[in-house]
Design a protein around this ligand. Structure first.
Ligand code: BES
Ligand code: ZN
Ligand code: ZN
Length: 497
């Protein structure tokens, strides 16, 4: 638990006045279309270096020059046009790379040209600084290998000429949002025997206590009383009791009421349909959806968003053993739909069915559900894009917009009604596996059976929640906190309407 709020020590600030003296180094992003005269007006020594190096501001260009008159390092970085997300990430990456290379502790990033950055790109630039600063080293003892964040700057100041894309409220917001991302990453990275169902319940209690959120946790007895048979079945073989965590954030006069649902399997061994070693290795990450929902609740409360949120996090450990649920079992859910268990490794949809039914009972305006649900989605979209499915196009469009805004990418998959044939059971209404091809889509169709016809979006983040190796946005392997920035952006859109 101690790691939950262990956040980066880096401070990113927006400066009103250009106070170059306070920093060890000045970073100057130079855009291809920007006027270099603006740069030279403030840093006349650079003109010589620009000319001798034929510096154009292309994304692969950089220059580090020690200024004798200013007595500090000037780092010039080519920013290109910066009109694509990839360029912005590249600029942020290069900025951090140069600061680390030159062991700069306090840096001033000075956007001295008319900044052509759009607001969402400015946001992603800041997010990248936080995301790249993250490291999970709580378990690195005496034999600490070369700490990846060792040379990271401890203070980054931002200064920009108008238009003011980097505003002080934006920076404050990103600091808060990225603390939520870090909390989600820490929960997922924690080893599975520590981050068991009880640990997640405690994490939720801590968040609730900090912000006066409503919390209700149902453990085995209450789950039985409420007929939440999916959660019970999946958690049956584990010595750690399963749970349904309900958190509610109720601001005054909310513009909308939203339900969030997040799958939290603290370890997915596959159950009796045991996963092979390679597939089981990273299955502590099967709580990525639930951890993201916790991070979102914490952040929404800190930001005082004017939208009411009810979160439902079903928690269990999926284990084999004498008490394990079995292929051939049939579970009848609260909406009277019966499900034949074909594969105990398709456990997520079973505990989500319970959570979705509970969420729908509260009649929210819409439901967003996040889960590391299928290997199929990561086969289709890889580790950089999550699958979006849903029953309501305006809701899907809002999430797609949020994906564009944050760089947490989504690709919408259809939910063709005729595919429903393949999720029907032999002796029960539905089955939980054995769907054949397009199983990510069919798992999505399965979930819609439990949403009471409410507007529903399903985010399958099996590929994006946890990385076995770094990718272009995350310089570390492990948990990404995927979904926190994305869904908070969507909630912000709801508030702005
Ligand atoms: N938790 C897994 C999905 C997963 C796979 C998450 C890879 C992260 C990375 C899920 O519970 C699962 O095992 N799904 C199976 C279902 C199958 C047995 C029908 C799958 O998709 O392979
Ligand atoms: Zn599974
Ligand atoms: Zn799973």
């Amino acid at each position: 638990m101690k790691h939950l709020n262990a956040f980066v020590t880096m401070k990113i600030e927006k400066k009103r006045k250009l106070l170059i003296d306070a920093a060890d180094a000045v970073v100057l992003p130079v855009f291809k279309k920007g006027k270099t005269s603006a740069v030279f007006a403030q840093y006349p020594e650079l003109e010589f270096f620009f000319k001798t190096h034929k510096f154009k501001g292309a994304p692969d260009e950089d220059l580090a020059v020690y200024s004798g008159t200013m007595q500090k390092l000037l780092v010039v970085i080519g920013a290109g046009d910066c009109n694509r997300m990839e360029d912005v990430v590249k600029l942020a990456k290069k900025t951090i790379g140069m600061l680390k290379k030159h062991k700069v502790k306090t840096a001033l990033i000075h956007f001295s040209q008319d900044v052509p950055l759009e607001k969402h790109f400015a946001r992603v630039f800041i997010d990248y600084l936080y995301i790249s600063r993250y490291s999970f080293d709580a378990y690195k003892g005496q034999h600490k290998p070369e700490n990846k964040t060792k040379n990271f700057p401890s203070r980054v100041q931002l200064y920009c000429e108008p238009p003011r894309v980097f505003s002080a409220p934006l920076l404050k917001e990103r600091e808060t949002v990225n603390a939520g991302v870090t909390a989600a990453r820490n929960l997922v990275n924690e080893p599975p025997s520590t981050a068991n169902p009880g640990y997640l319940v405690e994490a939720a209690r801590k968040i609730a206590a900090g912000f006066n959120l409503g919390i209700k946790v149902s453990r085995r007895k209450e789950l039985e009383e409420s007929g939440l048979k999916g959660i019970l079945a999946v958690g049956h073989a584990s010595p750690h009791e399963p749970a349904l965590i309900r958190l509610s954030y109720s601001p005054r006069g909310p513009v909308k009421t939203v339900a969030l649902v997040g799958k939290a399997i603290t370890f997915d061994s596959g159950g009796l349909n045991l996963k092979p070693p390679g597939a089981m290795l990273d299955m502590k990450s099967d709580m990525g959806g639930g951890a993201a929902v916790l991070g979102i609740m914490d952040t929404a409360a800190r930001l005082e968003l004017p939208v009411a949120i009810d979160a439902y996090i079903p928690v269990a450990e999926n284990m084999p053993g004498g008490f394990a649920y079995k292929p051939g079992d049939i579970i009848t859910f609260a909406n009277k739909k019966s499900v034949e268990i074909v594969n105990t490794d398709a456990e997520g949809r079973l505990l989500l069915a319970d959570a979705l039914l509970m969420a729908a009972k509260g009649k929210p305006d819409f439901i967003i559900e996040m889960s590391t649900l299928t290997g199929s989605v990561s086969n289709a979209l890889g580790d950089g894009i999550a699958g979006l499915m849903g029953t309501n196009q305006p809701l899907a469009a809002m999430l797609l917009k949020a994906a564009e805004n944050t760089g947490e990418r989504l690709w919408q998959l259809p939910l063709p009604i005729d595919y429903r044939e393949s999720i029907k059971g032999k002796i029960a209404d539905l089955k939980n596996a054995g769907y054949g091809k397009a199983s990510a889509i069919k798992a999505g169709l399965f979930l819609t059976e439990f949403t009471g016809g409410l507007p529903f979006a399903h985010i399958d983040m099996a590929g994006t929640a946890f990385l076995t190796k770094p990718n272009s946005f995350y310089p570390q392997e492990g948990a990404t906190g995927f979904g926190v920035r994305l869904v908070l952006d969507a909630l912000n859109q709801v508030c702005a309407r």
